[in-house]
Design a protein. Structure first.
Length: 256
């Protein structure tokens, strides 16, 4: 089964770039949307993370590579003596930024609804890939608890969210996306520090999260061809205060 998973990763290296270059009957419209929304990708953008995932998978059970990951674990982990619990929340900060920036008037590439669809597609792809590998490799965690260490789901979620943040706001400022990737990298480090994952788990999780988001951005305009993908959000937010004998407050209305 492990050999099958590694073969599937190698197959993805060859097939996904070809899919990215595919031009269906409405190629002009789809290509234009891809140029605007960043839904296309190059061979290295796919080959590098797939190769790193394959190498990380090889480290599960390989004597020489396992020795290297144990050495890295000893250098970076607190060995269970200390824990920094914010890694339970940091994976979701880039996603919160996607919606928070829009609420503050900083428009992303997609409307709230379209961005939510893309994020849901990314999350579904990431979850399927992560848990398929977890139940295939059954690597024991560094702290000796469950046998579901490879790959890191928290890191996959963080990098999926960071990639979505980057794609939505890279025209506003690429540094918004870079900030998301910094948070994702912190999440990966903390998973090692808290003795919940090895370095190969984190590397594979980062690659899976990145690929899941890239795949969702590539797939979205091909499924929802009629939507105005890539155009500024038409969402409007309005609020009005009210006062009555029973009390006072404010009503908030969001339309998209």
């Amino acid at each position: 089964m492990k050999i099958f998973c590694l073969a599937a990763l190698a197959f993805a290296v060859a097939v996904m770039p070809a899919l990215a270059c595919d031009t269906p009957a409405d190629s002009l419209g789809t290509t234009a949307r891809c140029a605007e929304t960043g839904c296309s990708f190059t061979v290295p953008e796919i080959a590098v993370p797939v190769a790193l995932t394959g190498l990380s998978a090889w480290a599960v059970g390989n004597g020489w590579l396992e020795k290297r990951k144990y050495d890295i674990q000893d250098a970076l982990s607190a060995g269970g003596r200390h824990h920094i619990r914010i890694d339970e929340f940091t994976p979701y900060l880039p996603l919160a930024a996607v919606y928070g920036l829009n609420v503050c008037g900083v428009r992303g590439r997609h409307s709230y609804l379209d961005a939510t669809i893309i994020i849901a597609m990314s999350y579904a792809t990431m979850t399927a890939g992560t848990y398929a590998l977890k139940y295939t490799f059954r690597e024991r965690r560094p702290d000796g608890t469950e046998r579901n260490s490879f790959p890191s789901g928290h890191t996959a979620t963080a990098f999926m969210a960071a990639t979505a943040l980057y794609n939505e706001f890279r025209d506003v400022s690429p540094w918004i996306g870079y900030g998301g990737y910094a948070v994702a990298a912190l999440t990966g480090y903390l998973r090692i520090y808290n003795n919940r994952h090895y370095i190969n788990d984190v590397v594979a999780g980062a690659c899976i999260g990145y690929l899941s988001a890239k795949f969702a951005y590539w797939l979205f305009p091909r499924i929802f061809k009629g939507r105005a993908a890539g155009h500024p959000s038409a969402t409007s937010i309005s609020g009005s205060p009210f006062c009555s004998p029973e009390g006072a407050g404010m009503s908030l209305s969001i339309s998209f």
